[in-house]
Structures are given as C-alpha cells and as structure tokens.
Design a protein around this ligand. Structure first.
Ligand code: HEM
Length: 358
C-alpha cells in the first residue's frame, strides 16, 4: 500500500515536472507576434516568396559571402531607427539628409541596398506589388544567418513600408556606439523592450562580418585598453597603424564567415573587437549569459532567434498604415515611375470593366 502510493506520487510528480518543462520550452520557443503580422501573411498572394529570396541569396553569397553580414546589419539598423519600416532604404530628397546618410549608416554595405532592390524586383515580377521592402529586409536577414551556418526560423510577415525616414539625430540616438559599455547598451536596448539575454544574443550577430578601424581604434590609441588580449591588440595595430587608418578587419577572429557561437569564445579570450562587445564579459549581469552561449551553441541559436523575432517587430507598420513601395529607395508618392505604373493599372482596369459591361 505504502509502496503503491509512493509510486503513484512519483508518477504524479514526474508528470508535473514534465508538464512544467513542456510549458517552459513552449514559452521559450514561441515568440509573441504583433497584431497585423502573421507567419503565413504572403501564402496566398506570393507563395513563392521565401523560395525566391533563398534562391537568389544562395547565388549572391556563393559569389561573395561577406554580403550576408551586410544584410543582417541592415535589418538591425532598419528596426532600431523608427521601427522595421524600410526607412533606412529611402534616399534623401526634399525631406533633407536621409537616415541612410547618418554616420552609423554610412558603413552599411552599398551592395546590401542593391541586393534588397534586386530581390524586390524578382518578387514583384512574380507576385505583383504585394510584399513590402521591410518584409524583404527581414527575410534577407534570416537567410543571411541561416546560409552562413546559423539557425533557420520563421519570420512573422506583413510589415508595411514607412512614408518618411528618420532625422540624422534620431538615427544617432537610436543606434548605440561601439564605444558604449554594457550598462549603456543594456539600458539603450531596454527602451526597445529587449532584455539582457536578448542583448547578448543579438550582439552575437558580430560572429560574421567586418568593421572599419575607426570603430575600435579608440581602444588602441592613445592608450591600449587593458582588457584587450595582447597579441590580438598587436594584430589590430598592424591592420590599423594609426587612429585614422581606413581599413577593415573581421569581427570574429575565430570563424569570421561562419554564423556560430565563437564570438562568445572570443569575448572570454578577451578578443572582442568593440567595447560594446567585450564589456558584455565584464558586466556581472551579462557575463554568465556570454559563458552559457560560449558553451552551448544550441542555446545561443535559440535565444538569437527569439531576439531576432522580437527585434523584427519593433514599431512595425501594419494594415492601412504605410505602403508597399514600388521601389525600395523611393516612397510611392515621389516615384514618377510608380504613377505611370498606376495609370497603366488603371487603364487595364478600365479595359477590363468595359469588357465586362459589354
Ligand atoms: C548592440 C549594439 C551594437 C553595436 C554598438 C554595433 C556596432 C557595430 C559596428 C561599429 C560595426 C562595424 C561598422 C564598421 O565600422 O564598418 C558593426 C558591424 C556589424 N554589426 Fe553591429 N552593432 C550592434 C548590434 C548589432 C546587432 C543587433 C546586429 C544583428 C543582429 C549586428 C550585426 C552586425 C553585423 C553583421 C556587422 C558586420 C557588417 C558587415 O560586415 O558589413 N550588430 N556593428
């Protein structure tokens, strides 16, 4: 009797533990999505969308793997300034100097903008003007991660493109500087509802790509940052002999073109490139997270995906807000080509309705 009640208790308590594990893992994996976005938003109107993006990017990265990093960074810069609305893609015009030409965006790869426009062209040719540039940027960032060796994940879609771009001051205020310490980065990202795990996971985007000397020479000159490992510092000084050298170097010295968790190993080895990276291993709140990601790549991938899905939904425009641009760098009302396209559509509509009346 005592034995059977003990085993009943064991069964019951293991069921409880199991269901709570299920609950935790559910909560861990599922990211809430904003009203107006959905996982299958384009299924009916453009079911080939994701195939088109992946196929094209495979070809692009085969020729130049570095473009993956450029596309990932573009999504981050889009989302952090005025939300993921494709505003970073807009050329400046009568509205004054654009968000695109603000200092932190000047080092975005020119080719990244061309790739997005090429994708838009391919997609709109196949499906018509139904997918926004902001959605294309989000999908391109996902494929950049996956095709570089990182996790594959679904992206909530349905963003609309913004009608305006941000001012240069707003751009500067929303993109943290690489000279910031972890405390500053944590509070800057907390204003975007990103928690310390999100901050450390998103910073792992620096596992691929390159940086210009100017982003890290304040750590070398006039005095060398004592937290930087000596041989690493020596190598950086060779690439950037002065604080005005215009050269680039890889951001993850261990595996620069592979999306993996070695960025965190770099931080533990004190070979992080920016203060904003290295200080994550000094700050008491983020240090254990860095360690856990360095030891467990699967955990890093899982947290990275969650954080990307969160970041990808910052201040999105949905439904009747915004527009779907006919050209990613020009808002529709400024696009003369778009107006002729519209009148062609209207002519077509007139012909069709006349035919119906007959
Ligand atoms: C947390 C604050 C962040 C800071 C301070 C920061 C800063 C920077 C800087 C200064 C560069 C180099 C620019 C240059 O000199 O050429 C860079 C490159 C890059 N960043 Fe970040 N970043 C941050 C967050 C992120 C996030 C969230 C992602 C994506 C998830 C990301 C992805 C990248 C990538 C992929 C590159 C390389 C770009 C290329 O090779 O063209 N960064 N970042």
């Amino acid at each position: 009797m005592a034995a059977s009640s003990t085993s009943l208790f064991l069964v019951f308590s293991s069921l409880l533990i199991f269901s709570s594990l299920l609950y935790v893992s559910d909560a861990d994996y599922s990211a809430p999505i904003m009203k107006g976005l959905s996982w299958d938003y384009h299924h009916k109107t453009c079911h080939k969308l994701e195939k088109i993006v992946r196929k094209h990017l495979k070809k692009v990265f085969k020729e130049d793997v570095g473009q993956a990093a450029g596309l990932l960074r573009l999504h981050f810069h889009d989302c952090f300034v005025q939300g993921c609305d494709g505003s970073v893609l807009l050329d400046g015009s009568h509205g004054g100097p654009s968000e695109q030409t603000a200092p932190p965006n000047q080092s975005l790869r020119k080719q990244a903008f061309i790739i997005i426009e090429d994708l838009r062209n391919l997609i709109h040719k196949e499906c018509g003007r139904v997918v926004s540039c902001a959605d294309i940027v989000a999908l391109a960032a996902r494929d950049a991660v996956h095709l570089s060796g990182g996790p594959d994940y679904d992206v909530p879609l349905g963003r609309k493109d913004g009608l305006t771009f941000a001012t240069q001051n707003a751009t500067l205020a929303n993109l943290p500087a690489p000279t910031s310490n972890a405390t500053t980065i944590l509070s800057a990202l907390a204003t975007k509802n990103l928690n310390p795990t999100d901050v450390v996971a998103l910073s792992g985007g620096h596992t691929i790509g390159v940086s210009h000397c100017s982003s890290f020479t304040p750590r070398l000159y006039p005095t060398q940052d004592p937290t930087m490992e000596k041989t690493f510092a020596h190598g950086l000084k060779e690439v950037c002999p002065t604080n005005t050298t215009d050269a680039t170097t890889v951001m993850d010295i261990y595996s620069p073109i592979k999306f993996d968790n070695k960025y965190y190993v770099d931080l533990i080895n004190r070979q992080g490139l920016f203060t904003s990276d290295q200080d994550l291993y000094t700050h008491k709140e983020t240090k254990p997270i860095v360690e856990s990601f360095a030891h467990d790549e699967k955990l890093f991938f899982e947290k990275f995906v969650q954080a990307m899905i969160k970041m990808g939904q910052l201040e999105v425009l949905t439904g009747g807000k915004g527009e779907i641009r006919a050209h990613c760098s020009i808002r529709n009302p400024d696009n003369k080509g778009y107006f002729s396209y519209l009148s062609e559509e209207e002519d077509q509509y007139d012909l069709e309705s006349k035919a119906e009346l007959r």
